[in-house]
Design a binder for this molecule. Sequence first.
Ligand code: PMP
Length: 285
Amino acid sequence: MSRIAYVNGRYLPHGEAAVSIEDRGYQFADGVYEVCEVREGKLVDEPRHMARLDRSLKELRMARPMSARALARVLRETVRRNRVRDGIVYLQVTRGVAPRDFPFPASGTRPSLVVTARSHDRARLEKQAEGGIAVVTVPDIRWQRVDIKSVALLPNVLAKQAARDQGAREAWMVDPEGRVTEGASSNAWIVTRDGVLITRPLDTGILPGITRSVVIDELKAKGLKVEERPFTVEEAYAAREAFVTSASQIVMPVVSIDGRPVGGGKPGPVTASLRGAYHQHADIR
Ligand code: PMP
């Protein structure tokens, strides 16, 4: 079955789906995106993802491509046409097509919208979660507004490749003070020896992860304490547990950092319990 993409009003096989070479997403990375988990054919945490999309658009003074209701329909139709039961749905909005020039194009330029969906192998992901993943640390060389979910991801691409080159799945980016900001495509967490959960607070230096926000709700519901503060690489090396959160991986245990085993090199109980109960706290519709 060929995969189907929604592109500016049409559903097309990927081989025929295309945007203009003058699309500002292509020319300037002048666009934003969202990734939502699909579980048993339904969208996970859609309202929070849509709220973050609205915020990203607003911060960049970019128009919405269509109403929230119409977009919800397109997301579901793309999932349906690709027969995705478990996987992700991806959406990208750019400032549209215009002759290449840095300032915003003429008002009335229509934003471009692309939506794709892809299945993942849930069993394979579960197996990965049983073993946990390795991460490596890299300097955070990104711009100062990474709270906006922009498609300008070159530093993240380089970080992820550095991880792959060292046999790891994720890179943790580190600020000039030696503190972890976040993963190349996830938020970073540790559990200290005293059992305290720590993750960096929201500011313009990390993406406000939706999975992160649901995990914080989950922790509150469980009566567990979370400290939202930056943690250093040294603290991470010494942690009892570590994990990352993202829509595509939910809660993924980290079992080594820069080649040093975390928590004896095995996923820990706090991480496993957060992963296990995640979908009870998520909004699935
Ligand atoms: N940080 C970065 C840099 C990311 O790319 C992602 C995933 N898109 C996240 C954090 C996690 O966000 P979410 O839980 O909303 O997927």
